[in-house]
Design a protein around this ligand. Structure first.
Ligand code: 6CS
Ligand code: FE
Length: 297
């Protein structure tokens, strides 16, 4: 069933790509954001300008060690699992991602940590909830790429997220080096919306979470964004965090090093931006990928 709302960000409806300007602010209550919250003026300025900001060494070595122990336990349980929360690498059995980890235990506590949640409130201008969480394991030798994309384009078309009022935190649980598949982002790309071509297949997530082929920008659009903004590859120690706006163009390469690149992603959405019917007209994706229940009003 198609969303009945006006679609401000149509995508996958035309036979050619189109780049338009975003129609939402990046800081949703700029006065309040500058007055309160864990991000200082320099960090807010970087987030506003680039669409992302590294938060170095946000979590201590002890906190990281505890989370890494939790990771090992989660992976042991996920390896034999056929649960929908477990996504495997394309062409193999290695665990690529585990979704909806924020529902309990250490990851729930992490999602509630003010160093993350208050920073989300600061840039989103109010109360937030977790739209999606996932651990991406990017195992050594087997961790495949996540091709270039805007998360918002998928969340708008396939989940019914109306406006650009969500933010992701990638918490590094291993050192992210240049050689083990770190996130790559295009500075300033959050200001442009790339409408993609191609009609979304039903149950697309069963393929896209392994290797995304729809909702990926065309080479000409990507070339233009990279020419304007360059490509940043923020590396960092485990315990650092990369905060990035929902529409920032990003991706990561395959990991052919021996070293895993395990990151946990926590995505916060404004409670005023709760999901509608998918704007692309497909069936809503499962609750473990896109939160619809229990959102504080
Ligand atoms: O479809 C999604 O929601 C997921 N896809 C990617 C490549 N990034 C965001 C999210 O994990
Ligand atoms: Fe993504």
């Amino acid at each position: 069933m198609q969303s009945t709302e006006v679609d401000l960000y149509p995508s996958r409806v035309a036979d050619r790509a189109q780049i338009t300007c975003r129609r939402d602010p990046v800081l949703h209550d700029e006065m309040a954001a500058r007055a309160m919250g864990p991000l200082d003026g320099r960090q807010l300025a970087a987030y506003l300008r680039d669409g992302f900001v590294p938060l170095e060494d946000l979590f201590s070595a002890d906190e990281v060690r505890a989370l890494q122990a939790q990771l090992d336990d989660d992976l042991r349980r996920a390896a034999p699992s056929s649960a929908p929360e477990v996504v495997r690498e394309p062409g193999g059995e290695a665990v690529r991602s585990i979704f909806a980890v924020h529902r309990a235990g250490a990851w729930k506590r992490l999602a509630e940590d003010p160093r993350l949640r208050d920073a989300a409130r600061q840039v989103l201008g109010g109360e937030v909830y977790v739209h999606q969480s996932r651990i991406n394991f990017k195992p050594g030798f087997e961790g495949k790429a996540f091709y270039w994309h805007s998360d918002f384009e998928t969340w708008h078309v396939e989940d019914g997220m109306p406006r650009m009022r969500a933010v992701s935190f990638s918490v590094l649980l291993d050192d992210n080096h240049t050689y083990n598949g770190p996130l790559m982002l295009v500075p300033g790309s959050h200001e442009h919306y790339v409408a993609c071509v191609g009609k979304t297949p039903d149950d697309h997530y069963q393929q896209s979470l392994r290797r995304q082929e729809y909702g990926v920008p065309d080479p000409a659009s990507l070339t233009r964004l990279c020419r304007e903004g360059g490509i940043a590859t923020p590396t960092g120690r485990a315990g650092s965090v990369l905060m990035f706006e929902c529409n920032t163009m990003h991706g990561s390469g395959s990991n052919i090093s021996p070293y895993a690149r395990r990151n946990v992603f926590l995505v916060y959405n404004s409670v005023d931006n709760a999901l509608r019917q998918p704007f692309g007209g497909t069936r809503p994706r499962p609750e473990c990928i896109a939160t619809r229940e229990g959102i504080p009003r």
